[in-house]
Design a protein around this ligand. Structure first.
Ligand code: FRU
Length: 498
């Protein structure tokens, strides 16, 4: 009996040891090369995005102690090109409160009067979350370009005694000579705007609530003025993280309108919904603070709360999307957000250019070697095929894994099918993510492949679909399959990114 007991104990112990060893296997083949992921441990939202003294700063929701959400603090990384990121020490660690999402402002004029007036001053305003009790807006400042931060002694700078009240994002509004903060009451589906001259004292300006999609809570708002392509006009865009195009899954939406220094007025009917991205993996994006007059660009968290905890990566969990420049375009349906990859992947000569490809019923990409690193931008121009139905397939070598991009040119639909793309996380991960593009937009698609992240921009950047995938196959092959008879692809280009 004793022997049986010993045997059971040692068997149990070995199973435990084996599973914990396997659970700890690093998954570097899923780590993106030109997108940010922390060296180890958890990240969710990008925070405090800032372009400052020639460098891009990315602070991020971070658990410095584990590979799951918890101990929320601000991690920090910076980059000169938005492709190569250097991770720096934790910028703002948690104390009795979790350091939730927020923003960083360059207080050029020393409006706050904080810190060393002879040095440059960065101000972070973030939500201090006292679990299950209260969320307040706190301030911290840095005189060493964001490396170390001092928490303001008289925090909070904004408190409404609400359990949920978070994610402040700040711009400088020149016409009214004030800083304007957007912040959400998540369960009231409301963005509130506050004004301040010194970043310390905040007065309520107005509230914008219950428009567009409010099927799930609202988080991470941002208000920014941006150019309308091809004109001198500018318009305001209010974005919020909310429910996305798929019921029960978070995503992002935007509203186009005017802001007069007090209220934001939506140009469109309040029930109209405009989504930022039709994939399931684009959330919590906020614009980079860069003085506000220049280009507007942002990046988001490439994951979805519905299955975030199940992402099978180790020793990190969570990654950011590529930065995207934002502008509005006039389409036959009205003004729409256009996103363009901000790193200029296409500035250098493509590694491959193919023209006038005759697909027949199927076509195999002839130079598979180029795709070996799984980090490249692929551009396909199918303008000569206005009626075609076809699939761009990425098939794992020696496996049944595939990621399919279906295009129905006549119906103007484009969709990503990751049903068989590898490891599936939770229900709904395997649903097709699909968008319909507006009639007057081009038939061109850019697909940014970076290991476990595939970001697609189509129809002049008015359609975005961001999708994670977790293939087991080491390398993959590209092919195009037509289901509408012979098909001609006008052009295909590849830029390797590594
Ligand atoms: C959005 C969010 C924010 C919050 C943070 C906490 O993903 O829920 O509202 O500040 O994450 O980590």
């Amino acid at each position: 009996m004793k022997n049986v007991l010993n045997f059971c104990i040692s068997l149990g112990l070995s199973i435990f040891l084996l599973t914990s060893v396997f659970a700890q296997v690093p998954t570097e083949s899923w780590r993106p090369s030109v997108h940010f992921s922390p060296k180890k441990n958890w990240t969710n939202d990008p925070n405090g995005l800032l372009f400052y003294k020639g460098e891009y700063h990315l602070f991020f929701q971070h658990n410095p102690k584990g590979n799951q959400w918890g101990n929320m603090s601000w991690g920090h990384a910076k980059s000169k090109d938005l492709l190569n990121w250097a991770e720096l020490p934790v910028a703002i660690p948690n104390d009795s409160a979790f350091i939730f999402s927020g923003c960083v402002v360059w207080d050029k004029m020393h409006a706050s009067g904080l810190g060393d007036l002879k040095k440059d001053l960065l101000i972070a305003i973030y939500t201090a979350d006292f679990p299950n009790t209260r969320e307040e807006q706190h301030l911290a400042y840095s005189n060493d370009d964001g490396l170390t931060w001092t928490k303001y002694a008289n925090n909070p700078v904004l408190n409404t005694n609400l359990k949920d009240f978070r994610d402040p994002n700040i711009i400088w509004h020149a016409p009214s000579q004030q800083f304007v903060m957007s912040v959400v009451k998540p369960f009231e589906f409301a963005v509130q705007f506050y004004g301040s001259k010194d970043l310390i004292h905040w007065e309520i300006l107005s509230q914008f609530a219950r428009q567009g999609d409010y099927g799930m809570i609202w988080e991470c708002p941002s208000l920014v003025e941006m150019p309308i392509e091809g004109s001198k006009e500018r318009k305001w865009v209010l974005s919020v993280s909310s429910q996305g195009p798929y019921k029960g899954y978070v995503g992002m939406q935007y509203f186009v309108g005017n802001f007069d220094g007090k209220s934001f007025v939506n140009d469109n009917p309040k029930e109209q919904v405009l989504y930022v991205d039709h994939g399931k993996d684009f959330y919590a994006a906020i614009p980079f603070f860069n003085g506000m007059d220049s280009e507007v660009f942002w990046l988001g968290w490439a994951l979805n709360w519905a299955y975030a905890g199940e992402q099978p990566t180790f020793p990190w969990k969570g990654q950011m999307t590529a930065a995207r420049t934002l502008r509005l375009v006039k389409t036959q349906d009205g003004l729409r957000l256009k996103q363009v990859f901000k790193p200029d992947f296409t500035a250098k000569k493509p590694d491959l250019i193919l023209k006038n490809i005759q697909v027949g019923s199927s076509w195999a990409f002839p130079v598979q070697g180029i795709l070996k690193d799984k980090s490249y931008l692929l551009e396909i121009d199918f303008s000569d095929a206005p009626k075609a139905e076809f699939t761009i397939a990425f098939t794992g070598e020696g496996s049944f894994e595939k990621l399919n991009i279906h295009v129905s040119s006549e119906n103007r639909k484009i969709g990503v099918d990751r049903k068989q793309s590898g490891q599936i996380l939770g229900a709904g991960f395997d649903q097709i993510s699909e968008a319909t593009w507006i009639g007057d937009r081009s038939r061109k698609v850019q697909i940014l492949v970076d290991h476990s992240l595939v970001e697609m921009l189509a129809a002049d950047g008015t359609v975005a679909i961001s999708s994670l995938r977790f293939p087991r196959a080491k390398s993959e092959k590209l092919s195009i399959v037509s289901t509408s008879g012979p098909l001609k692809i006008r052009g295909l280009k590849v830029w390797k990114l590594k």
